[in-house]
Design a protein. Structure first.
Length: 166
């Protein structure tokens, strides 16, 4: 009876389509067509060109880095050489400064004056004292004295030059 019900429902279109749940007859399945594609050589060439370009870039970068290291090493050597020269010059400056201090000391100057110039220390009998305790004096000129006009003109010119800083 079950078979009748299925048949009834298959022909009957009342509420639901139950045919989708019915077993499907098995028959020959469709086999998709397989296409054989030949090897794609252009992609391999492209990959090869990319690899060569990448290798070339790496070689150039490596060469550039080696060159930079060589330049840095050379500059480092020059710096070390110049630092050595600087140290030598600083020690020479220090030596000359000490020698100058030694030569400019009072004992050295006194020794040079006595031996080379033939000078001697001052003796007491060579000292003369000057007495300036006579007091200050002011000397007035007479009112009647006048300077000649040429002297006054010369003084005016001198004052003008001094003012103009000529």
């Amino acid at each position: 009876m079950q078979e009748k019900k299925n048949i009834l429902y298959e022909d009957d279109n009342r509420a639901y389509d139950l045919s989708i749940y019915a077993p499907k007859p098995q028959g020959p399945e469709e086999v998709p067509e397989i296409k054989v594609v030949s090897k794609r050589k252009p992609k391999q060439k492209l990959i090869t060109v990319q690899n060569v370009a990448l290798a070339l870039i790496l070689v150039v970068m490596t060469a550039f880095m080696l060159y930079n290291r060589a330049v840095l090493t050379e500059i480092g050597g020059q710096i070390a050489t110049q630092n050595g020269v600087l140290n030598e010059l600083q020690s020479e400056t220090e030596r000359l400064s000490v020698e100058l201090d030694r030569k400019m000391s009072l004992n050295s100057i006194e020794n040079y004056a006595t031996t080379q110039l033939g000078l001697s220390k001052m003796q007491k009998y060579q000292v003369e004292y000057v007495n300036l305790s006579q007091g200050d004096q002011v000397e007035l000129t007479q009112k009647g004295e006048t300077q000649p006009k040429t002297d006054r003109f010369a003084q005016f010119v001198d004052m003008l030059k001094e003012y103009l800083k000529v």
